[in-house]
Each structure stands twice: as structure tokens, then as C-alpha cells.
Design a protein around this ligand. Sequence first.
Ligand SMILES: [Mg+2]
Length: 156
Amino acid sequence: MIRLAFFDMDGTLCAPRFYVNGKTVGGMSDEAWLAFCAKNGEDSYRFCKPVPLVAEYVEELKNHGAKLYVLSSSNSEAENAAKRKFVAQNFAGVFEEVITVSGDAEKLPVIRKIAEKTGVKLEDCELVEDTYSLVLQAIVAGMKGTHVSHIYCSLN
Ligand SMILES: [Mg+2]
């Protein structure tokens, strides 16, 4: 039974959508993103929307008593603040914590650490991601790895 579930944010919990120079875009270069977050601060995610099927899965896991975490790569304090605001506005009281790391390589170590601290077996931990290489790494490490495209299967 899944006791700890970790959700990626961009492209998993949240459909990226940003308003830049009069246009809505789904993403931008790393440099433009840093500048966008510096300019828009905690409102950087204001046009982003939760992904409905993922939100449904979040609710299902929560109802089954799993502890849920957001686990997201972030490059600045402004981006961290924006992610926390998006989660507070769209998933109030649902997640234990919004954990931000500086790169994808830190994600699995963070899961291992929390699993160890809380005495949960890796097989009872789940990573929900849109980056397929991370899903595979989670599976190889003995966790449940769920790609966003698998969620429909997980609900049934
Ligand atoms: Mg992602």
C-alpha cells in the first residue's frame, strides 16, 4: 500500500501556462524562466492549472491515508514561492510539504531520506512524474514509479 507519494509539479500536478509579451506560452528557455520568476515572483504560476486526472489521483491517495509531498526542481527563491502559492491555492491542506530541489538528481535521495526517517519501505513509496527517466529510476530503486500517462491505469 502506498504510504508516501511524491508528486512532481511542472507537467504533472500543474499544466504550465505563462503569459509573456501578450501571449500565452507553455514554457521558455532557462534564462527567460529565471527572469520571468524574478519579475512575477509568487504570482509566476497564476495562469497555470491543476491537471484534472492527477488531481483526482492525489485525492484518491489522500483518502487512502497516504502522506503526500510535492517534489519539484526549482532554480530560485521566487520560483519556490510561486510553487508554494500554486499548491496552497489549488491543493489547500492536501500536501505535507512542498519540497524544492535544485535538480532532478536530488529527487530519489530525498524520497529515500523521508522513507528512512518515517520508517516506510521503498516499495510503499510512489513517485508521480512526467520525466520518464525519473519514473524508471524510481522503479529500478524498488519504488512505485508512475508516469502521468499511467495515472488512468492507476485509478482502476
Ligand atoms: Mg515535470
